[in-house]
Design a protein around this ligand. Structure first.
Ligand code: FCB
Length: 449
């Protein structure tokens, strides 16, 4: 299908995150982050890759903004490196770190590109980790301090603020599954981290509002659609439990409904400490709900605590280079469900990330990544369907602007609209990047091939 015309005010963009692109980890007074430590720990990241150099964006930012202009990008979502600005997480401010983002923001605005800033995309200062990291409630206060500094400094020019990126990953991949920094495997800690991240978001919201009265601000989650694999009640129950921990445990308290009873019951003895005002703070109104979506999940009943579910990848579905199944209709289902269940709370949804890793090859100066263009096209078509049905999705950002450090997968997985040769740091706009530029310019979905 082609020819869908998006609403006039639809927001088109692409996204990155500081640790994934900046490099220059020891320059201009930047402090260490948990991802520096984790990536330098043998065995944690594929091929021993680290973010030390990444895309060298810290030095190449001007050219990178030029590339954004080349692909007609109207909006750019990026994150601030907390340890670049507060090397120890709180206290002493590193002016050079602040200046870096000032220059970047100026350059974006001069090129007609609207900045969308994520405050925290996982690179927690190591100094805070040394005091307990997100397990320690004091980290919430440190986050508020950081928020205050950067919203004061950039708020005259930056109007779109995203408090946290995918706190589910920080809590569960970082503290329970051990595959992201800081690599713990402790469910009780993970649940406490979950609560502190939500609290940090709620505490930061009024600070953003005070410093940027006309801000458009909220959080960005990675909810997904869970489908029971079989028809049994057991499979359905497993899907409901998965949905609880990945979706409702975040959305419900943000929507002023408190934590879902089934989750509190399930984790009873290890449920986190929740202060008397915490739920009210977490429920502080926000302007939008941010959604990152890559793939749905199929589950059947299983034996493993705590969720007693097993993930199944249906064999008939295609997969990306990450091994993630591709099923665009799940995005229609997801945004529709958020609207149905939480529509009176959030009248705006943004897709802040969507995209795919494929094994791109640079051949005679070109990258012919039709598969990625197809993936993006099909997800935009799925989104259009929901919008057409009245779901208020107001924008879409491709993950990612350029190939970058893909966390535990290192540089082996490429998600970019722009190809990066990590040896030479040469950038090449991929076929998908040129195609996306046409879609964005025309505000209309056109066939990718
Ligand atoms: C998301 C992350 C983003 C990127 C994509 C592929 O979970 O937010 O940084 O790594 O996955």
């Amino acid at each position: 299908m082609a020819g869908e015309v998006f609403p006039d005010d639809f927001v088109w963009g692409a996204a990155t995150a500081s640790y994934q692109i900046e490099g220059a980890v020891r320059e201009d007074g930047r402090g260490s982050s948990i991802w520096d430590v984790f990536s330098h720990t043998p065995g944690k990241v594929a091929n021993g890759d680290t973010g030390d150099f990444a895309c060298d964006h810290y030095h190449r930012w001007r050219d990178d903004v030029g590339l954004m202009r080349d692909i007609a990008l109207p909006n750019y979502r990026f994150s601030l490196s907390w340890p670049r600005i507060l090397p120890l997480g709180t206290g002493r401010i590193e002016q050079k770190g602040l200046d870096f983002y000032d220059r970047l923001i100026e350059e974006l605005l001069e090129n007609g590109i609207e900045p969308w800033v994520t405050l925290h995309h996982w690179d927690l200062p190591s100094a805070l980790y040394d005091q307990g990291g997100w397990v320690n409630r004091d980290t919430c206060a440190a986050f508020v301090e950081f928020t205050d500094i950067v919203t004061r400094r950039y708020g005259d020019r930056v109007k779109h603020w995203i408090t946290l990126n995918e706190p589910w990953c920080s809590a569960f991949l970082g503290y329970v599954h051990g595959i992201h920094a800081p690599g713990h495997t402790n469910l009780k800690e993970g649940l406490q981290v979950m609560h502190h991240l939500l609290l940090a978001h709620g505490l930061a919201m009024p600070v953003i509002r005070a410093n940027v009265p006309d801000a458009d601000a909220g959080i960005c989650l990675n909810p997904t659609t869970f489908y029971p694999y079989g028809d049994s009640q057991e499979d359905l129950d497993a899907a409901i439990r998965e949905d609880g921990l990945r979706n409702r445990v975040w959305l419900d308290p943000l929507a002023a409904r408190g934590y879902p009873d089934d989750m509190v019951d399930l984790f009873r003895e290890i449920w986190p400490e929740v202060g008397p005002d915490d739920l009210e703070i977490i429920a502080t109104p926000s302007d939008f709900i941010g959604v990152n979506f890559y793939n749905p999940t199929y589950v059947e009943a299983g034996n493993e605590p705590p969720l007693f579910s097993r993930k199944i990848d249906p064999p008939n579905l295609p997969r990306t280079d990450m091994g993630w199944i591709v099923e665009p209709s799940a995005l229609t289902d997801l945004v529709t469900r958020i609207h149905t269940d939480y529509g009176e709370i959030w009248t705006k949804q943004y897709i802040f990330e969507n995209g795919a890793a494929y094994d791109d090859r640079l051949v005679h100066g070109k990258v012919d990544d039709r598969q990625r263009a197809r993936y993006i096209h099909d997800h935009l078509a799925a989104l259009y369907k929901a919008i057409d049905d009245g779901v208020p999705v107001k924008g879409y950002f491709v993950w990612s602007l350029m190939d970058n450090f893909e966390w535990a997968e290192g540089y082996a997985r490429r998600f970019g609209l722009i190809y990066v040769d990590y040896k030479t740091q040469q950038r090449t706009i991929k076929r998908s990047g040129r195609w996306y530029a046409e879609v964005v310019s025309g505000n209309e979905l056109i066939a990718p091939d």
